[in-house]
Design a protein around this ligand. Sequence first.
Ligand code: CP
Length: 353
Amino acid sequence: MICMIIKMIKIFLILLISMNILVNIVVKSFIYKRRVFTININSQTRCINSNQYTLENLLNLCDTTDKIKSIASNSDGLKYLKTILSHKRAMLYFKQSSTRTFLSFQNACNILGISTSEIRDISTSSETKGESELDAIKTFSQYSDLIIMRHPSNNFIYEISDNLPNDTRIINAGSGTDQHPTQALLDFYTIYKYGLENKKIAFVGDLFRGRTVRSLSLLLNKVKGTKLYFVSPKQFQIKNDILDKLNVDYELTDDFDKIIQEVDVIYMTRLQDEYKNEGINDNEIIDTSKYSINSNNINKMKDDAIILHPLPRRNEISVEVDKDKRAKYWQQCENGMWVRVALIMSMFGASKL
Ligand code: CP
């Protein structure tokens, strides 16, 4: 009888352990899916993946940006803006190079009176003494209310988001080849200024490794009547994980000469060859020369179309194009600062102006 009871307890324990393993697998795969397919991030305290925003969020952000620009147009307004978050501190942790994103965030903080600290050169961080990155970032959260991070990994941003308390705001300033949500927000705002709905929008260049295109496609996917064109040599085409999420009409093509004549927005991008071993053989000669705008083809564009570029550029937009009224990338660059002011304000619940 005792033997029988012990046997039954053993079976029960084995069943319990098996159930536990099964539940763990299911929960982990759910978390993985949440990250990859559906985003359920608290937009108030986190800006991680562009897909977390609804169209209503986006239009509110555009509206706040317009209000901020108007307030900032005189010195009294600028003084007022500087009082709004003067009790907050931000940490800029940039583990990849940056000109625009770093400086526009630093200036956005400055406009709102937020004091900033930074680490851009990892050789100055205690990570060189073997401290884990997660510990380094937990340390930042002891001193700062907001962490703005650019990182070569696609996924580390999710890890820190999961491991830091909600009252530490976290902004993804670029995560590997995956996401650049704040660039997408400023791109979205720039297109909004020229009219959002029923637009044909072409993404041109290295779409395989281009995080800005990935993030912006997910935002434009929320706009009525959008048609997206992904224009590149087939080796640089956008990955299926983004295409799988699109509800709007889209087309993949390598024929830039045809598309340049048809679309309302041309979003140029450079070769992202700082990423090695990402499935592209950079030793293979791929002719990208026809994926550029210059004085020979700009006149094929519609008169009211616009040219955008997240910058930095190489030779995909010739300098002489800068003078054309359709070139909006410098304005787009400036918009980055104002949209980031609006974003930071909204994340601190301070956007009622
Ligand atoms: N667009 C952009 O992210 O530029 P930086 O790399 O200079 O920040």
